[in-house]
Design a binder for this molecule. Structure first.
Ligand code: IPE
Ligand code: IPE
Ligand code: MG
Length: 242
């Protein structure tokens, strides 16, 4: 058993890029979709680890606006596994007081998946101990474009002055409205890029990249990321903690 890490600075929000499912499967001679199946099983386990560390908000990149470029069959399996995830875990989430947020345009997903997502949102809307933000058909550029259109419409309708447009106002037009900024962004599988993920929300996040594939991302790998976060000196443009 590894020793529990004592966090030396707060973490309000961790965002995960759950990458490496396909390579995990390939390494085992399995079809790619079984990597997604295994990956979906990690979501609740990683959530439980974050809960142990009293991290209130966690985001999970499940499907990007660019992932439509994948084979149809892989996409179908992925949505099926996500649906199963919600159906299986909804009781667990309710018991833990978790509000489910979905970031992304779910109207483009299969009807069954949309229903499952909307049901999870509805059943958990008044819970306030934790937030699980699943990013589904999510892309930052889409999100910021959507916010820009909404704000422009308000100005056009005379409901908002241009001078009233502030970073807070922009934040309130993002899918993540009301959630704190990301403190720690973790990407698994060795890739070191953002892939259109939470560009605005990650503005001052600490980035940790681990070679571990998402389906292998368990306590040990997670705690390594927390140790790395502990070693960072967050300055926010100032000179503190020098
Ligand atoms: C991440 O795993 C899950 C999604 C993008 C949906 P990948 O499917 O990207 O796995 P690799 O990167 O090909 O190994
Ligand atoms: C990012 O992973 C999207 C998700 C994890 C859902 P990708 O595997 O799609 O990203 P790229 O193609 O390596 O940038
Ligand atoms: Mg990938």
């Amino acid at each position: 058993m590894s020793e529990k890490i004592i966090l030396n600075k707060p973490i309000n929000h961790i965002a995960f890029i759950m990458d490496g499912n396909g390579r995990w499967a390939k390494k085992r001679g399995l079809p790619r979709h079984l990597g997604h199946k295994e990956g979906c099983d990690r979501i609740i386990e990683v959530f439980d680890l974050c809960k142990e560390y009293n991290i209130k908000v966690t985001s999970y990149y499940a499907f990007s606006t660019e992932n439509w470029n994948r084979p149809k069959d892989e996409i179908r399996h992925l949505f099926n596994y996500l649906e199963l995830f919600f159906k299986r875990e909804i009781k667990h989430l309710i018991r833990d007081g978790v509000r489910v947020v979905i970031s992304g345009d779910i109207s483009k997903l299969p009807l069954k998946t949309q229903k499952t997502c909307l049901n999870a949102i509805e059943l958990t809307k008044d819970l306030d101990k934790f937030v699980m933000n699943i990013c589904l058909n999510y892309g930052s550029r889409d999100e910021i474009t959507k916010a820009t259109k909404e704000i422009a419409s308000l100005v056009k309708e005379g409901k908002l002055n241009v001078d009233e447009i502030s970073p807070e106002l922009v934040s309130n037009h993002l899918y993540t409205k009301g959630l704190p900024d990301v403190d720690l962004m973790i990407r698994t599988s060795g890739e070191e890029r953002l892939s259109n993920y939470l560009l605005w929300q990650n503005a001052y996040a600490e980035f940790v990249f681990t070679d571990t594939y998402w389906p292998d991302f368990k306590r040990e790998a997670f705690e390594e990321c927390l140790k790395e976060y502990n070693s960072r000196n967050r300055r926010f443009g100032g000179l503190k903690n020098e």
